[in-house]
Structures are given as structure tokens and as C-alpha cells.
Write a protein that binds this ligand. Structure first.
Ligand code: TEU
Ligand code: CA
Length: 540
């Protein structure tokens, strides 16, 4: 059995995502940089994390903040140099922190030399690196629907009499994975990074690489897993690396296949079913609906069950594309601290590898932006497209406040001083004005802070094997207010008890054992107060 073998490091690890642009600026240009991450490694070590998922730092046109790469083997000037990157990898290693590189392999920037070459002519060797189709202006080669950032997925190049395919913005042309040279080139690049000592990879929109646009297929193309098996074999397979694929199109079965413990594909995937439960069914993320809470529990429970001993889960509430968890699933007003801690306790008790997004450990919140303050390429497009659909500016901005990606991208709140200690210059995106209240300086040494809760949770995971291996069992799944579960191994049972509401709730169970963590100072054994959460460890 897998459990008996030595577990890979990433099964007991906690990963912290850094969005470098918004983390720490050191040269006053208002943009976070690699030196800034190096300067903050002590903070991350204090928190206790084992790896950093670093959002893209490679050379880029920065239209989508690095998710539009123009050189996979160099660092963008705004972030520093390749020497800075080597120093980051080494400095992190000294603190037992591994650097997980974010690879954007579905598409490049239109400024990438490959694409520039490809535009030179149909017989250019790089032409087949991308997905071109002959056509007439105004008549799309295939019906593939709307691109993620608006408009069609095809852009016409008059000089070639051809369209090129892009699932995201037109400045992000899709790579042609059917071309073996493309794949070989990518694997060489990945091995170059492995030789540099990275601790693994996060793969951007990996389930969209095997597109078959002529058939209208974007996600889960028929050759997807063939490519992944090949990539694994040619690059990270058999090495001690954490690999996580971003897979919006993955269901439970797909998540299991990707994370097969035989190691043939990835360590795990990001699976997003819990991110659709506060939108209208079948609608877009902008069509808000009340959270389907019981469904949320069922989604987690299903994954916990299905992947037990046959795969591995990633655990997350947040990333650089998602609104702030405390604003979305908690209560960022009267119960900000309690509910941020509750969400942390709930997630970190589950089986899988937890991912913390920068600022989440402080309980950072969503931010109301004025139109001029909007920065994200998606949001900029939404301001136009939703206005055309008839929504008022207020409605659109309200949608962005609830779901926009800029919420996650306001600068990290280090101090209550100027610009929250993020920059001495003008920040590229405005700060959330609540930094005077919510900041690392205030929380790092406060035992009652959200930060302290995260730090404790990370240490608990390391101290008690049941966090890593215990079998999940939900309690009272239909309960409309409480999220309750146990994790059980041969020697222990961990109880995780969470109140998702601002009302006092009666507990249907009365577990005995040692209180490991809670978000209230005292105890009431039979009830859970507003957003109360606790973990109890029982000896078996
Ligand atoms: O995101 C994939 C993606 O489609 C969504 O996360 C997207 O941000 C959201 O659904 C829009 O509504 C990845 C990256 O995480 C994201 O930052 C990039 O913009 C995108 O790919 C393109 O590389
Ligand atoms: Ca800078």
C-alpha cells in the first residue's frame, strides 16, 4: 500500500503562492520584484511554508501579467535578472523552501520570437509552432466560441490570409502541441529549469493544450493525457518535484487520473468545482447567486473520498484569479478575523496539499475599485462587453468587486506605513485602503491573529500524521450551517468542526479529546458561536 511507503515531501507540505508583481518592490518602480521576495523569505520561513508557487517571472509582454511569455529562459526586466532568480532559488533552499515555477505552456505572447517568426510566412519553420488556419477575413475557420478575455478565438492575419487560434487574448496565441518540435522544445526548457534547482512546476491551463479547434474542442482534447505522459517521462518523471496542473475542465475522475500515485502524470491538479457554487448554474462567474453551502460540502467530500489512496488533492480557497476567500465565503465585516480563521481551519484539516495565496494569511479582503483603478485585462474587457450587454457601470463594478481578479492583486499589506511597505514609489495598482488595519507587521507577533492561526495549522500538519494520511468522513452532510468532518488513522481521530454562519449553532456531536486549535478564546462544548471553528484530536 502507498501509505506504507515513504511519502513524497509534498504530501506533508504547505505551499504559498507569490504573485511577484504585488508582493514586495525594492527599487521603487512600484512593481514587486525577485529581490523583494528574497527580502521577505524570513517572513515566509516564520509562517512555516515549504514551497513557493511563484507566478510567472519570465520575460513577458505583461499584458496578462506574465501569463504571456516572450522568453521562457530569461527573467523579465521588471522582476530582475536570471542571477536574481538563481539567488532566490538558493536563498529559499537555505530555508528549506522550494521554488515552484509557473509554466504557461498553452500559449505564448505574440511578442515571442517564435510567433514573430511564424508571422513571416507559411514556410517559416516556426509557422507550425502555432495554430493557423486558412480563411477569409470575417469568416471564422471554426466555431470555438468566445475567448476567455472576450472576442472570438481567431484573429486574422491579412499578410498570410490566415487566422491564428487563441483561447485567451489575441496577444496570447496558442501553441500547437501536435507539433513534436514544440513539445521537444518545451521539454528542453523544462529540463533547463530543473537543472537550475526548481522544486517543481505549476502548469497554467494544462487541460487546454490539446485543443482541437476544428472540432470546437478546447478543454480535454483527445491527446491531452498522451502529452502529459510524454512530458512526465521526458522531464520531471521520477524526480522529487511537486507538479500541479491547473485544470478548470477536470471532474473528480479526471483529478484522480492526473494525480495517479504511480507518478505517471502530476502530483495533483487544481480542480475548481467549489468555485462555481456562488454563481447561477450554467451562468458565468459574474452571475452571482447565494452560496450553495451543502453542495460545497458535497464537492469537497466527493474529492476527499474519490482520491483517498488513489490520487492526491490540492486544497485552496484563493489564487491570483479568484476573489479573496474571507469576502467570498466568510464575513469580511463584523467577523473578518473569526471567519478567515474558520476557513483556514476547515481547509487545512482536509487531506491534500494546502495552498495559501499571499495575504490570505492576514485575512486580506476584496476591494472596491473605481473604473480608473481597474488593471486586469479580463476586467478591462468586461467593463466594455458587459456595458454592451446592457449592464450599468455600477452593476459591472459590483460584479468586479465580488469576482474580479484585481481583488487578489492589490499589493501585499506589510505595514500600516506609506503604501503598506510595498513600495516607496507609485504602486502599479492601488492598495486596499484597509492596510492600516490589516497588515503583517500588526499580526506577525500577535498570537490571536489570522497569521498565527495559519502558522499553527502548518505546524500541526507537520506534527500529526493524521493530517496527511487520515481518512475523511463527513458528519451531518445536509446540515445547512455547519461543516463537520473527521480524519481517522489507526491511532487518532481528528475532528474538524466549523460554523459557516453568524448564528450560534448546536453541535450534533460531542467529541472528546485535545483541543488543537480554535478561533475563540474560551470553549462552549455543545455549540459553535458565529464562525467558530475548532480541531479536536482524539486518541483511539
Ligand atoms: O487562468 C485560467 C483561466 O481561464 C481562469 O483562471 C481565468 O483567470 C478566469 O476564469 C477568468 O474568468 C490561467 C491563469 O491563472 C490566469 O492568470 C491567466 O490569465 C490565464 O490562465 C491565461 O494564461
Ligand atoms: Ca520593482
Amino acid at each position: 500500500m502507498e501509505q506504507q511507503q515513504r511519502l513524497p515531501w509534498w504530501k506533508s507540505a504547505v505551499v504559498y503562492q507569490v504573485y511577484p508583481r504585488s508582493f514586495q518592490d525594492t527599487n521603487g518602480d512600484g512593481i514587486g520584484d525577485i529581490q523583494g521576495i528574497i527580502n521577505r523569505l524570513d517572513y515566509l520561513q516564520d509562517l512555516g511554508i515549504n514551497a513557493i508557487w511563484l507566478s510567472p517571472v519570465c520575460r513577458s509582454s505583461q499584458k496578462d501579467n506574465g501569463y504571456d511569455v516572450s522568453d521562457y529562459r530569461d527573467i523579465d526586466d521588471i522582476f530582475g535578472t536570471i542571477d536574481d532568480m538563481d539567488r532566490l532559488i538558493a536563498a529559499a533552499k537555505e530555508r528549506d523552501i522550494r521554488i515552484i515555477l509557473d509554466l504557461v505552456l498553452n500559449h505564448t505572447s505574440d511578442q515571442h520570437p517564435w510567433f514573430q517568426q511564424a508571422l513571416q510566412g507559411k514556410d517559416n519553420p516556426y509557422h507550425d509552432y502555432y495554430v493557423f488556419r486558412d480563411g477569409k477575413e470575417g469568416v471564422l475557420p471554426a466555431n470555438t466560441g468566445t475567448a476567455t478575455f472576450g472576442g472570438p478565438m481567431w484573429t486574422f492575419v491579412p499578410e498570410l490570409g490566415q487566422y491564428y487560434f487563441h483561447q485567451f487574448a489575441s496577444c496570447q496565441p496558442d501553441l500547437n502541441w501536435e507539433n513534436p518540435e514544440v513539445r521537444a522544445e518545451i521539454y528542453r526548457m523544462m529540463n533547463w529549469w530543473i537543472d537550475k534547482g526548481v522544486g517543481g512546476f505549476r502548469f497554467d491551463v494544462i487541460d487546454q493544450i490539446a485543443k482541437e479547434p476544428d472540432k470546437g474542442v478546447t478543454f480535454n482534447g483527445s491527446r491531452l493525457h498522451e502529452y502529459l505522459l510524454e512530458m512526465n517521462e521526458k522531464t520531471f518523471g521520477g524526480k522529487d518535484l511537486l507538479t500541479v496542473g491547473e485544470a478548470w475542465g477536470a471532474d473528480v475522475d479526471a483529478a484522480r487520473r492526473y494525480s495517479n500515485p504511480n507518478g505517471s502524470e502530476f502530483s495533483m491538479v487544481f480542480q475548481f468545482s467549489h468555485m462555481w457554487l456562488d454563481a447561477k448554474e450554467g451562468g458565468s462567474k459574474w452571475d452571482a447567486a447565494p452560496l450553495r453551502f451543502v453542495e460545497l460540502k458535497k464537492v469537497f467530500s466527493q474529492l476527499q473520498d474519490a482520491l483517498y489512496n488513489t490520487g492526491w488533492n490540492s486544497l485552496f480557497w484563493n489564487n491570483h484569479d479568484l476573489p479573496r476567500a474571507v469576502s467570498r465565503f466568510g464575513n469580511d465585516k463584523e467577523y473578518r478575523v473569526e471567519s478567515a480563521k474558520m476557513l483556514a481551519i476547515l481547509l487545512h484539516g482536509l487531506q491534500g496539499t494546502p495552498f495559501i495565496y499571499q495575504g490570505e494569511e492576514l485575512g486580506m479582503t476584496n476591494v472596491r475599485l473605481r473604473k480608473e483603478q481597474v488593471r486586469d485585462i479580463e476586467a478591462v474587457n468586461v467593463l466594455v462587453s458587459r456595458a454592451q450587454e446592457g449592464f450599468s457601470e455600477e452593476e459591472i463594478l459590483d460584479g468586479l468587486y465580488r469576482k474580479g481578479r484585481d481583488n487578489a492583486r492589490t499589493p501585499m499589506q506589510w505595514t500600516s506605513g506609506p503604501n503598506a511597505g510595498f513600495t516607496t514609489g507609485t504602486p502599479w495598482i492601488d492598495l486596499n485602503p484597509n492596510y492600516t488595519e490589516i497588515n503583517a507587521e500588526r499580526q506577525q507577533h500577535d498570537p490571536d491573529s489570522v497569521f498565527a492561526t495559519y502558522r499553527t495549522l502548518i505546524r500541526l500538519r507537520r506534527a500529526h500524521a493524521v493530517f496527511v494520511t487520515g481518512k475523511y468522513e463527513p458528519i451531518d452532510l445536509e446540515n445547512p450551517a455547519l461543516f463537520l468532518y473527521t480524519r481517522t488513522d489507526e491511532t487518532h481521530r481528528l475532528w474538524v468542526l466549523c460554523n459557516f454562519t453568524k448564528d450560534v449553532q448546536t453541535l450534533p456531536v460531542s467529541p472528546q479529546g485535545m483541543l488543537l486549535i480554535s478561533n475563540y478564546a474560551d470553549e462552549t462544548p455543545d455549540t459553535l458561536r458565529p464562525y467558530e471553528a475548532k480541531m479536536i484530536l482524539e486518541q483511539r
